[in-house]
Write a protein that binds this ligand. Structure first.
Ligand code: ZN
Length: 185
């Protein structure tokens, strides 16, 4: 059993993944769906925790820093904020399980303003597997906070995507060379 490990599936929603999502990474993100779902199944069977830190916004919130940067996305209650594809199927089938949790976040990092760190410490989790989108934005900011809090990091290359190949390559290098993450295939 690997009860000291957690899988974070970050922001894998229609707005970030689907063709007509508001802020979509498109095909490279859509291609991750089955790999992420299958990793969730494997890790859940091994006794690990499966968490879905998910961006949520209010419509037209002038105080949110992202309002200046992006079009509205992941607005609570909308289609765009629902999980995508087989990841959504997996979540629908397993959401009531004790070790599965979707929770809101409002910043890039899954730790910012959430109880994630407390939740992980309560459960004696010391190793985080990072998946989802965007590799160089929300996955990266989550990884930086996790690094500062001394979690071991594993990044699954076939389970993260972003808007450009250059950004993807830069972020994967950064995980490995600056945050000490294991980048695995
Ligand atoms: Zn956002």
């Amino acid at each position: 059993m690997k009860t000291n490990e957690a899988l974070l599936i970050i922001d894998y929603t229609n707005d970030f993944v689907a063709d007509n999502g508001a802020l979509t990474c498109g095909a490279p993100a859509q291609a991750l769906s089955d790999s992420i779902a299958s990793l969730a199944t494997t890790m859940h069977e091994q006794g690990s925790w499966i968490y879905f830190p998910t961006d949520v916004h209010k419509p037209n919130d002038p105080y949110h820093p992202e309002a200046k940067l992006y079009p509205p996305h992941n607005v609570r209650g909308t289609w765009g904020s629902e999980l995508f594809g087989s990841v959504n199927d997996w979540y629908q089938q397993n959401q009531s399980a004790e070790r599965v949790l979707r929770f809101d976040k409002t910043r890039y990092s899954s730790f910012a303003g959430t109880d994630l760190d407390l939740r992980l410490r309560e459960r004696r989790v010391d190793t985080l597997h990072l998946t989802g989108v965007c590799t160089d934005i929300c996955v990266l900011h989550t990884a930086v906070d996790a690094y500062n809090k001394c979690y071991n990091l594993v990044v699954h290359r076939d389970c993260v995507a972003t808007l450009s190949k250059a950004a993807q390559d830069w972020a994967l290098n950064h995980f490995q060379n600056c945050l000490g993450a294991k980048v695995v295939d």
